[in-house]
Design a protein around this ligand. Structure first.
Ligand code: ADP
Ligand code: MG
Length: 310
């Protein structure tokens, strides 16, 4: 069985969302214990991950150091975080494998994902990134061509969140998986690139949704199961109300009907539900949304919100 595990931000930060190096190392150790447990059962595992807190830290450094070191664009931040998170996850997984006496090699792939230069997201950016700034500071950055919005508690940069169309480096990832490597790939949804008229690729300042990127990667590498690991054990109907109800096993059709009724928030659970539905609709056996404690049960037994084709 081939499984793609998509780790959310909480798998790489402390409980308060802080992403200091020691927080990321400690969180990765917990998540990779679960992965080592799966590898012990002969499940083939690939890993992808979010990078919101890590990119947020890089953007703050860019802003503070702009007069000394030239700021790097958002696609570079994506590439940098794929490398550092990949490195941290590889070290954590290697340690967990050695403890179990499992001889498997790990690899991390800098992964580019194609988006359309005319994606509607570029006309009306919606994805908030980085920290809140006072209006005067935001104005300077608006002057540099960025889009910032008044979010009440300060101004925040918003960027396009275009649809992932093709994982450019998917064939490399697949080859490594087939050669027996445990691969970390497409972190942060992939580094968004557009195709130029001459066929070359150019990185672009945007953020691909990590879960939608995961659904496409799972499809690209022929995964049987997509596990979306987050900080809640289930997707929930009437979330946060007295009528809250966990979603157990559902078909993609049923889950889409719940989504249409507005049960899943657009910036958080919504894309996970969409990713799970897409994956099974494109032929995946099943997708599971659950928390880190239930990853192993989600793959080998019954836990979380399980989405099946019919
Ligand atoms: P990650 O960083 O793991 O990608 P997110 O924070 O983006 O996770 O999404 C998970 C969060 O979604 C949960 O912590 C929860 O607060 C929120 N959420 C919103 N709507 C729902 C819902 N209907 N069911 C469960 N969680 C929900
Ligand atoms: Mg999150």
């Amino acid at each position: 069985m081939r499984v793609l595990l998509a780790l959310g931000g909480n798998a790489m930060t402390n409980a308060a969302g802080r992403a200091a190096p020691q927080d990321q190392i400690a969180a990765a150790a917990v998540a990779m214990e679960a992965v080592a447990g799966l590898l012990e059962r002969d499940v083939e595992v690939l890993i992808t991950h979010g990078n919101g807190p890590q990119v947020g830290n890089l953007l703050t450094k860019n802003e503070l150091a702009a007069s000394v070191v030239p700021p790097v664009p958002l696609d570079w931040c994506g590439a940098q975080t794929q490398a550092t998170v990949g490195f941290v996850l590889m070290n954590a997984l290697d340690a967990a494998l050695v403890r179990r006496g499992i001889r498997r090699r790990t690899a991390a792939v800098v992964t580019r994902t194609l988006v359309a230069s005319d994606d509607s997201g570029f006309i009306r950016p919606t994805k908030p990134i980085g920290r809140h700034l006072p209006a005067e500071e935001a104005e300077v950055l608006i002057g540099h061509g960025q889009t910032w919005e008044d979010r009440g508690k300060g101004w925040r940069r918003v960027v396009a969140s275009p649809e992932p169309l093709d994982i450019i480096d998917g064939p490399v990832v697949r080859s490594l998986v087939e050669a027996g490597f445990v691969v970390v790939a497409n972190g942060g949804g992939g580094i968004p690139v557009v195709r130029e008229p001459d066929g070359s690729l150019r990185g672009i300042e945007a953020v691909i949704d990590k879960d939608l990127g995961a659904a496409l990667l799972a499809d690209t590498v022929g995964a049987d199961v997509l596990v979306i690991g987050t900080d809640v054990p289930h997707a929930v109907l009437n979330y946060g109300t007295p009528d809250a109800k966990d979603v157990g096993t559902v078909t993609a059709g049923q889950l889409r009907a719940f989504a249409a009724e507005g049960h899943f928030a657009s910036g958080s659970m919504g894309p996970k539900v969409e990713a799970a539905c897409r994956f099974v609709e494109r032929g995946g056996t099943r997708a599971v949304i659950t928390d880190l404690d239930h990853i192993a049960t989600a793959v080998c037994g019954d836990a979380g919100t399980v989405v099946v084709a019919s």
